[in-house]
Every structure is written in C-alpha cells, then in structure tokens.
Design a protein around this ligand. Structure first.
Ligand code: BGC
Length: 889
C-alpha cells in the first residue's frame, strides 16, 4: 500500500454531512499524498444505515468505480428511507496491492422528501401593508414538551421570505440568509438543522422569525418590492427522538402564535431597524402584539431540499481605522466586502444610532452613497443604513439579520466613540470552498487575485449577482463570463448547477432566457417596452456556456443532461429569431444567409468597451435605444453560432447523434452566414476592434487561412492602443487566452502587467480591494459604477491556466498539460486548484536564464510537463530554453 495516500473530502451529493438528501445521492472523494508508484485500479463504495461498523453488518448497497472516470458514484439502489441517517465509505484498490485503502466513514441524512407540506402548513401573520410598502418582521412561535433525554432532533424549515430559527432562545440559523434566492414562482428551498443540543427535557419554545427577503423585499436596481408575492409565510417541522423511544413532532399550523419583536423591519437592500426595547412576540409571554392569529395559505411552489452550500457568515473583519469626523464616526474595514456590521455599544434607553454603509469615501471623508444612483434620479435611491434604538442595558449587541450590505466603510451617527466597545464586519456569502491559490513575486498580481476572490465572495451570495449594491441581480451574462474563472477559484459546482435550474425554470415558453435569473422584477415584457429583459446574446447563452464550463471542470455529464431541454429551447429560439425576423433596415430581396443572422431583439452587445462606461461617457439613453433598435448583429450572430456549435458537441457527448447532426449543420450554416455578413474578402472581420477579432478567433468563426492573420491584427491593435486592451464585458475574459492560443504569450503578459488604464493592474493601482465594474471605477474624481463586480476578474482563468500552466486537456481534469508561460519579468508564479481527483499545482521560479518548476499531481489523472509524463505526487524539474524538462537533482 502506498504509505502516504489518504482518502479525503468525502461528499454526499457534493455536500459535507448533509441532513436533507431527497434525490439519489452521489458519493465522491478525493485523494491526497500520492507517491510516484500510486496506481488506482478501482474503488468500492459501501452504504449502510448509521451507525456503521463495517465488519458487523452487510452494506445495504455496494457501488463500484473504475478509472479513468472522475471519482464519484451515483447511488442506484432501492429508494432510501426518508429522515434516516446513513453512512458510507470508499475503499481503493491500488495497483499491486491486495489490501484496500479505506476511507473514514461519511454521514448523511435523507430529508423529508415530499413530506414537509404534509407535516406542516404555511403560516404567517396576515400582511396588510400594500405591496409597495415595507412590512414588519414577524415572530412566529410555539411550544412543545419533551418527556425524556433527546438523542436526535431535527428542524426542517422554509419560508416565502427569509427566516431565522431559534429554539429556547438559542439561535440555530445565526446570520444565515435562507432560503437562497430561487425561482420562487416555481420552487423554494428547505433546509434541515441539527437541534439536538438545543432541545431540553420538559417545556421548549420554538421561534421562527420571518422577514421580507427576496420574496417581498426590495429587488434589483429598481428596488421593486413584492416581486413574488405580498404575504410572507414560513413552514417548519420539528422531529425530536428521545432515549425512551418517544418521538415528538411539531409542524407549523394554526395553533402557533405570532407577533413582532425587536427586529422591526429588515430589507435585503435597505437594512434593518432594531428596537432593542421591544420584547419578542412569538413565544414569550406577554405577547406584546394582539395580532396573534395566524393565517394559512397554500402557494403553488414546490419545496425542495437545499442542494447547495448555505449562505452565512464566513469571516469577521476588524477595522483598519476608526476616526471621528464632524460628530460622526467613520470606520474603515480596509477591505470592500459583503455582509453586515456587528456593533457592541452601551448607551441610554431610547438612544438612536444609525450605521450607514458605503464602498467609497467622498471628498469630504464621509462614506459616499451618491454613486449608487446611476439613473440620475429616475430610480429610487436606496441607502443601506441600519437603525438601532438602544434598550439601555450595558454592552448591547446589534447584528443585523436578513439584509446584506456591500461596503468597506461604515459611518455611525448618534453615538460617541466612547460608547462603542467593538465594531466588526461580518462577511456573509455562500459558504463555498475557496480552494484556488495564486502567488507571485509580483505584488500587483497577488493583489489582483485577491480582488477577484473578494468580488467573487461578495457576489456568490444567495445567487450569482453582478454587484452587491446597486442591483444585486443574477445577470446571466456576468455568470457566463466569470464561470471559467470561478471553477478555478472555488468549488462552485452545486451553486451554479442550482442556479441553472432557475435559469431553465424561468425560461420563457419560446425558449428566451431571462437577462436576470432569478427574475427580480414584476414588470411584464410588454410593459418593459423596448427592453424585454430576456433573450440577449451573450447573456441568454449562459444556459449553454455555464453547463459547458461545469462539465469541463467537474467532468460530470449530469449537468448537460439536466439542462438539455433548456439548451435546445434556447438555440431553437435563436434559430427562429434569425429566420423569422428581418431588420427593417434591410431592403430588397433577402439573401439566403440572412436567415442565420440575428439582427433583431434587444442585445447588450460587447458592452462597456473602454470609453463607453457608465457615468462620464455613457452608456446613455441613446446606447440603450441603439441596443433595442439596431443591436450589434455581429455579437448576436457569433453567440448563436457558438452556442449551436457547443450544443452539437454536447449532443455527441450525450449520444444524441441525430440531434448532433442537425446542430452541426446549423452551426456550419450560421458560421457561413457570419462569414458572408461580417468578414471581408481576406476572411478578416470588416470592423476590427479588439473584441471583434477576439470573438471570431475564440468561437472558431474564421476561415483557417485567415486565423493567424486575424491574430496578428489583434496584436497590432493592442500595440497601437499603447499595449492596452479595449475589449468590453464579453471579450475581456477571452482576450489573453486568445493571444496565447495564437502564440502571443508575451503580449498577453504585457497586457496583464500593464498599469495604465484600462488595465487590470490599473484597477489595482487605484487602491481597489475588489474588482470594479469600470476600469477606473471613478470619473472626474467621483466613484462611478459598481465597486464590486466580478466580470472583469474573468482574467483569473488565464493566470491559472497559462501563467501557472494548469491546462485541463480533458473534461474533469482526467488529462492535464502543465505548460506555464515563463516570463523573465516575473521571478516566481505559483497556482493550484482543486480537480475532482485532488489538488493540482504548479510553482515556477526563475534562475538566471532558466526555470525550475515544482508540480503537484493527484493520483488517477494523466499529466504531462513539456516532454515528460508526470507521476502522481510532488516533483521538481528544471526546464531548458528548448522546453524540455529534466528532474532536478
Ligand atoms: C449590470 C451588468 C449587467 C448589465 C447588462 C448592468 O447594469 O451591472 O453587470 O450584465 O447591466 O448589460
């Protein structure tokens, strides 16, 4: 047996010890500590009911796995019992060894299946405020009695709104945001909680706090309330197993009581109002609210087990500085982040304190909230300010719930510095495993990587958002451009797979994908006039590109299968849009190729090319009108071709060969049409902006002979632009990869190291601690655009794949070529990321005019470095100028 090999990271359906698995689980594992002799022949997976003791019981199911697949096995036995604890373990058979290497057991529990609505009811205080007004946070409660010591207790909870759960005054859910933002018109998640330690023998109190959340609270740049409904509701089911065999069950129903409490209001965007003088109303006598009657109704949504990581507080940041300015207190946390401030303060009963949040300081040294309004007053202004009223007890703790702010600075008013005991920022986001590491001798590149990671953290919250402030919308285009970087930085499989379910659920009957998913507006397409809010090229294509990215990184075809119908519907939508609509500017007899050109509908185009960013030079109303009436047909047709091409490949992967043939034909037709319409007689793009060269090169749209020429044009354009990029939203993440693919690594590094605007390091040079929406992040000395927008951070992909050389050569990393871009301007570059098999890493160092490189390769994959095949484990090599690798002595 390989002495060092260990099995780790056992996950059930991607989660660690989940408590609500309602679909056939997938068992996955990784290995660490392989040595060069390690060869994995096969694996056996044994499932049993907990408590598992391998040598005592026959497993209830045994699964098998053999390489070269990714290390995962799908349960295919008889249906598992609901609300039951299971455990499993995996044993590896290594080449040349008889004994298996067994993992430690992993545990999971099945959830309620479809039982939650049968065991509990939707309840809530009747909301009487009009849909456009805020409603108060509800405190719903009940009591239950437990006769004997508790051996196991679970709570299963969901809400239309955001909920918090307490048992006997102990908070179970803490600062989590639940349920996550899903297509609430179709489905809402429930989560299971282990409450064994909070339930006691005798009388117990359960309290569910219910706030507006994304269901009824403000959403999108328009700050629209009541997008999904006006009535808040919660559903909870508690099951307590006692040592004497008694099982106590309690579901939400009309016997529960409701009221209000110290958390008076809470809005996702606006913040909270906490009045600490108020006693909570749900369970504790005296109930201060007479409104103790509970209403019950049955919304038409399905309740599904949370299938992704919870959203909760993941870190606490202490201030870099606290100063008094004009009678207020300005706190700088030194890092732009997403979460809430936590304040411990002593003061007088009735004293009112406000905590305002912003990502930037104005010229006067106070946090500036003006920049959040980019509509010139057309949209409602929403300032993220928390309001507290003190009860007068010493050291009161204020920690907002059911809201998120994007901020680096907080400004406190109504309080003296001496009254504050402690203030910190709690970072709240999806609790993903951020496994991507990047280090370099170049401090700017390290900071760039940090900024990208912080922007990802701040926007991978309850859905993937564009920014955490102005809009916090699930813009499909943003997720699409960033996904290839996201998979390298963190384990986003479940997060994005789950989001795609909503993309598909909210696709319109004609196949158009919404620009923002989940939907966060109530205006109907018709009332939106020129802007239908769906079907935009590069945005809607997320339904093809994101599953493709996930398949490439994680190697699972399930994501392609699951989204197949939605992907086909999107490509069909594009096909019909091209064939059935002719732009009014086209006159005369239609040419044959026109039926494959998309030149109608609303399209954002390349979007935000330098010089067209918000503030300053636009995008203006004119841009918007142009996007609606004269959209960029080149962008729209290129994405149509690309999506058809990828879908044809997906069809082959899924063994749908008839579909594949049709799609291949479609792809070739669209490509021909693209060439006829947008290329000149040499086969080069007629309009040669950087983006218009990058896109056809990356989407394989140019005739073979024209490709090197187009790539050379691109290099000339970049040089002519002062070695600066001029790509926009869609192509910036592709630019460096495009240059590298065509042999221009050095220019790619030039662009990466460029410090003059527009450039990545130019952004870093502004002192930004996150990625900015625009290259400068400011205009005329004032902040403009979002200060926390991950889209331009898509460049991280090139940093891992090219600069550090971690190049996946087959889906799921079964095959890898380590091929870094060595550059004499950098002494050292190191990156590592997680493959489904385990960690892969590369670290190179410059020595005089040569390089050494240390690589980490997990067992079970095929990896090469230059001309050499790499054995599993860690090894160090010297590389010659000629690109050959030899082991370092
Ligand atoms: C958002 C973007 C989004 C775009 C659509 C912006 O306001 O912040 O990130 O994709 O609109 O072009």
């Amino acid at each position: 047996m390989s002495p060092s090999l260990t099995l780790e990271h056992l996950r059930t359906s991607g989660l660690e010890s989940p408590l609500a698995i309602d679909t056939p689980p997938e068992f996955s594992w990784r290995t660490a500590g392989a040595d060069p002799a390690t060869r994995i022949d096969s694996a056996t997976i044994e499932l049993n009911r907990a408590a598992y003791t391998a040598d005592l019981t026959e497993p209830v199911w045994v699964g098998h796995w053999t390489p070269p697949g990714i290390p995962a096995a799908l349960y295919d036995g008889p249906p598992l019992e609901p609300r039951t604890r299971y455990c499993w373990r995996v044993g590896l058979k290594l080449g040349g060894r008889d004994a298996r290497v067994w993992s430690e057991p992993a545990y999971f529990e099945t959830g309620l299946g479809q039982d939650l609505p049968r065991s509990a009811q939707w309840i809530g205080l009747e909301v009487t405020e009009p849909p456009i007004e805020q409603t108060r946070v509800q405190y719903l409660g009940s009591r239950f009695s437990v006769p004997a010591p508790v051996v196991r207790a679970r709570a299963y909870v969901t809400a239309l709104g955001w909920y918090g759960l307490s048992i006997n005054d102990t908070e179970v859910t803490g600062n989590s945001i639940a349920p996550r933002f899903t297509a609430f018109d179709h489905r809402v998640e429930y989560a299971a909680y282990d409450i064994t330690d909070t339930v006691i023998i005798g009388d117990n109190a359960v309290e569910v706090r219910l706030a507006e959340g994304r269901y009824r609270g403000r959403n999108s740049a328009q700050g629209i309330r009541s997008v999904y409904g006006t009535q808040l509701a919660a559903m909870a089911f508690l099951e307590v197993e006692c040592a004497d065999g008694t099982v106590v069950m309690l579901g939400t129903d009309t016997t529960w009581r409701g009221g209000h409490g110290p958390l008076v209001t809470a809005d996702p965007q606006e913040g909270v109002h906490i009045d600490a003088r108020v006693i909570a109303g749900g369970t504790k006598p005296p109930v201060p609210s007479p409104r103790s009657v509970v209403t019950v109704f049955t919304p038409q949504v399905s309740i599904v087990a949370a299938a992704s990581e919870p959203v909760r507080s993941v870190a606490e940041v202490t201030p870099r500085s606290i100063i008094e300015l004009d009678g207020r207190i300005v706190v700088d946390f030194g890092q732009n982040l997403v979460g809430v401030t936590r304040l411990i303060v002593s003061g007088d009963r009735g004293q009112e304190i406000t905590v305002a949040h912003s990502e930037v300081l104005g010229a006067d040294g106070h946090p500036d909230m003006d920049y959040l309004d980019m509509s010139g007053g057309m949209l409602p202004r929403i300032d993220p300010i928390d309001h507290y009223t003190l009860s007068g007890t010493p050291e009161e703790v204020f920690e907002p719930r059911f809201t998120l702010h994007g901020f680096r600075y907080a400004e406190l008013a109504g309080v003296a510095a001496g009254q504050i005991h402690r203030i910190t920022a709690l970072v709240v986001g999806a609790d993903l495993d951020y496994h991507g590491e990047f280090h370099s001798s170049h401090a700017g590149l390290e900071q760039l990587h940090e900024n990208i990671r912080w922007s990802m953290r701040g926007n991978f919250t309850d859905t993937p958002t564009d920014d955490p402030t102005r809009e916090r919308s699930g813009w499909t285009g943003d997720a699409q451009v960033f996904a290839p970087a996201a998979v390298l930085l963190a384990d986003v499989r479940l997060f994005l797979e789950d989001w795609l379910r909503d993309v598909a659920l909210q696709q319109d009957p004609h196949g158009a994908v919404l620009d923002r998913v989940p939907r966060d507006t109530i205006s109907s397409p018709e009332s939106e006039g020129l802007y239908p809010g769906k079907g935009a090229a590069g945005w809607g294509d997320a339904i093809i590109l994101v599953p493709w990215t996930l398949y490439q990184h994680y190697g699972r075809t399930a994501v392609l299968n699951e989204n197949w119908d939605a992907m086909v519907a999107w490509v069909e939508f594009c096909r019909r849009r091209a064939a059935d609509n002719r732009h009014p500017d086209r006159t005369g007899v239609a040419q044959a190729h026109e039926m494959f050109i998309i030149d109608t509908g609303f399209h954002w185009g390349e979007w935000l090319e330098p010089g067209t960013e918000p503030g300053g030079e636009g995008p203006s109303v004119e841009t918007f009108l142009k996007n609606a009436t004269h959209p960029d047909a080149e962008v729209a047709t290129a994405y149509f071709a690309h999506s058809a091409h990828l879908l044809a490949q997906i069809a082959r992967i899924l063994d749908k060969h008839t579909d594949a043939k049709e799609l291949e034909e479609l792809w070739l037709n669209v490509r021909d049409a693209y060439r006829t319409e947008f290329l000149d007689s040499q086969g080069l793009p007629r309009v040669t902006t950087q983006a218009k060269l990058v896109r056809p090169l990356m989407f394989d749209l140019l005739p073979t002979h024209a490709r090197p020429l187009a790539a050379r044009r691109l290099t000339e354009q970049v040089r002519a632009n002062g070695t600066r990029l001029s790509t926009g939203f869609l192509s910036t993440g592709l630019l460096l990869t495009c240059l590298s693919d065509w042999g221009h690594d050095e220019l790619a590094v030039d662009l990466l190291l460029q410090e003059e605007h527009p450039s990545w390091l130019g952004q870093v040079g502004t002192g930004a601690t996150t990625m900015l929406e625009t290259w400068r992040g400011s205009h005329n000395g004032k902040a403009n655009g979002s200060q926390n927008h991950y889209a331009l951070g898509a460049v991280a992909r090139w940093m891992y794949e090219h600069l550090a050389g971690l190049r996946r050569a087959a889906p799921g990393w079964t095959d890898v070529h380590i091929r870094p871009v060595f550059d004499a301007r950098l002494d050292h570059v190191a990156a590592s990321t997680m493959t489904p098999f385990g960690r892969i890493g590369s670290a190179w160092q410059r020595h005089g005019d040569g390089w050494t490189i240390t690589v980490d390769v997990p067992a079970g994959i095929r990896a090469t470095l230059a001309d050499r095949e790499l054995a599993p484990g860690t090894s160090t090599w010297t590389l010659s100028e000629a690109g050959t690798a030899s082991p370092r002595d």
